[in-house]
Design a protein around this ligand. Structure first.
Ligand code: FMN
Length: 396
């Protein structure tokens, strides 16, 4: 649970901060909110107080049980978020002006700082505003850039309040220790599709959720992340470079092309083991009662990878099994020269494919086996990264 001082200045998008505050509150974060006088003309402090289940402060010249408000709340918080950040408040902060509770608290605050400017495009692109934002960056503020699109006043351009989930993700990234800083992590995720004809394909039941959570977690922890993804219905994680592929052959090419770049390779994709021997160039008609499709083995990407791997690299495989989980995983670990394998039992309905939950066993090269109890894939991803960290790099 983080202690968050959430500042709201007087922009038209002030109401959008309600969604962010609500999400943070639902997660159990501890909040205190500071609003400028102008912000209260857009949204009442009472609304923020109820949505955030927290105190809202506007007036600086009063005390909290005998303590000065701006020094007390700026010392209490570990992270300060200002959203929306108006051009006016940005200008004041860039000059060290402290003439209201928000600017006083910002000047007194020396923890993690994040702000999201949003305004009319001409106000935003005015060199004075851009210069002030640059000054704030130099002063340690992490700036979440406004989005481009339709603006409240009917104009089009850069200045929109970012999506709530992006702002929350950036807050999370600031709060997460960057123990993977400077590490390059290549992850594969999702199924592959092996074409039969232009409209049909053979695939498998992988949602890609585990690989995507691993990519998200590695990026939150400071890594540079590339995600090679088969076709999935999940949004790309923020900050992660996604390379979309379709077939096992595409995935093999993408993995081999990017493998040397990576310090850590995590192969979470469910690559098809077989593909149709021939792809019909036109749609196969429903004429005969039976249709036989000859399947041939696809190339084994992990095996190919083990041939070109650098000794400094750490390679992790996944074993999705319905029977003899540990024995099959152990066999794969050895045969494919992996450093670690994550085994999961895909016969269970409550975990694995499509589920947001997983329960896995991590088999290490030195014989150690770590069992992770059923948990959200989001948390399992962090546990897997913890284990990779403890097993791989001494300098971690
Ligand atoms: C309807 C309306 C909408 C406004 N929207 C914004 C905005 O989105 N961003 C911004 O920087 N200023 C906006 N302003 C201007 C600010 O409200 C004004 O500069 C104010 O002094 C900001 O005060 P504060 O920075 O102390 O909150 C708007 C003004 C009005 C009247």
């Amino acid at each position: 649970m983080a202690k968050i001082l959430f500042g709201v200045s007087g922009g038209i998008a002030a109401y959008k901060s309600l969604e962010v505050v609500s999400a943070l509150r639902k997660r159990g974060e501890e909040l205190k909110i500071v609003m400028t006088e102008e912000a209260t003309k857009f949204v009442a402090p009472l609304t923020f107080s109820v949505v955030g289940k927290c105190p809202v402060y506007v007036e600086p010249f009063q005390s909290i049980e005998g303590s000065v408000i701006h020094t007390t709340i700026s010392q209490w918080a570990e992270i300060m978020v200002i959203a929306p950040l108006t051009a006016n408040t940005a200008a004041k902060m860039a000059c060290g002006i402290a003439d209201n509770l928000l600017t006083m608290s910002a000047l007194a605050f020396n923890g993690l700082k994040i702000a999201s400017p949003s305004m009319n495009v001409r106000m935003y692109e005015n060199p004075i505003t851009l210069e002030n934002i640059e000054k704030l960056k130099k002063n340690g503020w992490h700036i979440v850039e406004p989005e481009s699109g339709h603006l409240a006043d009917g104009e089009y351009g850069k200045g929109r309040y970012p999506k709530a989930e992006l702002l929350i993700f950036e807050i999370d990234r600031m709060l997460t220790p960057h123990d993977y800083e400077k590490k390059k992590v290549l992850i594969t995720a999702g199924p592959t599709r092996e074409a039969i004809d232009p409209v049909r394909y053979v695939t498998n039941r992988s949602s890609g959720k585990m690989g995507y959570e691993l990519a998200r977690a590695a990026y939150l922890r400071g890594a540079d992340v590339k995600l090679i993804s088969g076709p999935v219905n999940i949004d790309a994680p923020y900050g992660v470079e996604v390379l979309n592929v379709e077939s096992a052959e595409d995935m093999k090419r993408a993995v081999l092309k990017n493998a040397k770049w990576a310090d850590i390779v995590i192969m979470a994709a469910a690559v098809a083991d077989y593909r149709p021997a021939h792809i019909s160039t036109s749609k196969i008609k429903k004429t005969s009662d039976e249709l036989n499709i000859k399947l041939v083995k696809t190339d084994d990407i992990l095996k190919e990878l083990s041939k070109i791997r650098l000794s400094s690299q750490f390679i992790v495989g996944f074993a999705a099994e319905t029977d003899d989980l540990l024995r099959n995983a152990q066999k794969k670990l050895k045969e494919k020269n992996l450093d670690m394998i994550i085994a999961n039992d895909v016969s269970r309905k409550d975990i694995g494919f499509d589920s947001n939950y997983n329960e896995v066993k991590i088999l290490c090269k030195d014989g150690e086996i770590i069992s992770l109890q059923r948990n959200e894939k989001r948390l399992i991803a962090h546990n897997i990264l913890d284990t990779i960290k403890s097993q791989s790099f001494k300098e971690f």
